[in-house]
Design a protein around this ligand. Sequence first.
Ligand code: PLP
Length: 411
Amino acid sequence: MPGFEIFGDEERREVMEVLETGVLFRYGFDNARNGHWKAKTFEQKLCEHTGSSYAHLCSSGTAALSIALASCGIGTGDEVILPPFTFVATFEAVLQAGAIPIFSEIDDTLCLDPLKLKDVLTPKTKAVIPVHMCGAMARIDEIKAFCDTHNLILIEDACQSMGATFKGKSLGTFGDMGCFSFDAVKTITCGEGGGIITDSARLYEKADQYADHGHDHLGGSDRGADDHPIIGTNYRISELNAAVGVAQLNKLDHIIAVQRKNKQTIKDALSELNSKLSVKSDLSNRTVEQISFRNMPDPEGDSATFLSFFLPDENRAQEVRKKLAQNGVDGCFYWYDNNWHYMRHWHHLKEMKTAAKLPIQIFNSNHYNYSKISLPQSDAIMKRTISMQIKLSWTEAEIEDRIKKITNAFI
Ligand SMILES: *Cc1c(COP(=O)(O)O)cnc(C)c1O
């Protein structure tokens, strides 16, 4: 997952180029900046890498989601469907937009179940935000088909899945807009940063304006001459952060290749282990697998930041998780007990503990009582799921040692 593992001279050089000019602002100062436009360069590279027509860089992945929602015209009282397995940022952005997060079940892809979306559809539904979790894809073609049928906006939260594809096409390019995060622990990082991609000139223009106080950026080098066609806010990125991102984006292909190789080695070891662990069930005479892997609609497109797998039941998952920790296998996640990535422990949302009153608290009805929401299918999956982070910096000896420790956790 983390691009920070391979910081080097490339990042330092990009940052120094910015510091030497003293221009940390992404707009204007045309003469003083000595030809360095790091945010713009990053945006061009993001377009090239994702095959998207337009890209806008901003201050965080959360900001990217907020900008996308605003650009797509989603606001007060609109319902937005999203999964309960995501980082809190996804529902935060929906709430900040004044809209209402509506949670829908995930399936064994660890992402939104396209077949369950119809169960939460109402006349107020305006958009769906699938989250491509842990480096790989949702059933995005089916989710897109659902959105097309019901005339809904599709915004992809691809914050965790930079470099991942579905059938050869970059995640984030299937919806009206796609969002990425470049925070400190993501596949590539700026320290803090986010990006939005779209093929729509109209949506790009809105995003470009909204993220910079409504500036139309048509006044040339004089920002004061810009007009403000819409009310916006400040979600700008600094040139320093963008500079780090330019160097990191150049390393993305390498990062993905190393992750894929490391993941495959560990996955092969787990598969082999599984053939030893598989037992014949007495009743049905079926082979019961101890470990089954996350369902990937297109395994080739996996960015391989995580290896996620299911155990037969919650008890076994808890047992294995404890043993992995005891054996010193770091970077293992049991999301079901996690405070930040699964709805079960989002007490602040369930009790609506807000700093200031949000529109949802004015329009609220019992329908939006988050403490009462039950998602049995998602719970059943998350209870059995363990994810292992895949690192870039592992040596062959470290991977071998890791596999031994993992094996010992199962037997
Ligand atoms: C990291 C993340 C975000 C938010 O990104 P930030 O840059 O940290 O604001 C949004 N959604 C998901 C799924 C994430 O993992």
